[in-house]
Design a protein around this ligand. Structure first.
Ligand SMILES: Cc1cc2nc3c(=O)[nH]c(=O)nc-3n(C[C@H](O)[C@H](O)[C@H](O)COP(=O)(O)O)c2cc1C
Length: 139
């Protein structure tokens, strides 16, 4: 099994991005991520980002270093980073959708720690990840 890892963060754009700028950012991310085996989703609303990246741990760390270094956003807060057994957004080298302010608020204030299911003796997805997958599925 590959050593899969997930990282979710929120951040604030240093300036309001128009559609063309977002598209260029996304295209660059898709190209990089395809080469690096990274999948995930990016949500945007009115200057606020939420992004989930997943893939081999070393690649997730390398990608996040690049993301953190970008001058296009600031105030990066990591909500979750942990090992996973399978990808959640395997079809998307970077899926993108707009979200509303309240959707981003709900997602960013959810519990992002994995829950240990005593009866199954296994860990299940965090509330945050379940909400994000549900949101993405219904976009
Ligand atoms: C919101 C956001 C999301 C990004 N997502 C990715 C990504 O998924 N993969 C990646 O390799 N780089 C990603 N980057 C980094 C950019 O592709 C690029 O390396 C960076 O924007 C270049 O630095 P600059 O923005 O300071 O010019 C992201 C950057 C931002 C601001």
């Amino acid at each position: 099994m590959t050593d899969l890892y997930i990282l979710v963060y929120v951040s604030t754009a240093t300036h309001l991005m128009d559609e063309a700028e977002l598209e260029a950012l996304l295209l660059g991310a898709v190209v990089q991520n395809s080469l690096n085996g990274i999948t995930g989703v990016l949500l945007y609303n009115d200057g606020d980002f939420m992004q989930c990246i997943e893939g081999p741990e070393s690649m997730v760390r390398e990608t996040f270093n690049r993301i953190e270094a970008s001058r296009r956003h600031t105030g990066i807060i990591c909500l979750c980073e942990e090992k996973i057994s399978e990808r959640n957004f395997s079809d998307w080298h970077m899926g993108y959708t707009k979200a509303t302010k309240s959707q981003l608020l709900a997602l960013s204030s959810a519990r992002w720690e994995k829950v240990v299911d005593e009866s199954a003796g296994a860990k299940k997805d965090s509330d945050g990840l379940m909400l994000l997958k549900d949101f993405w599925g219904r976009r």
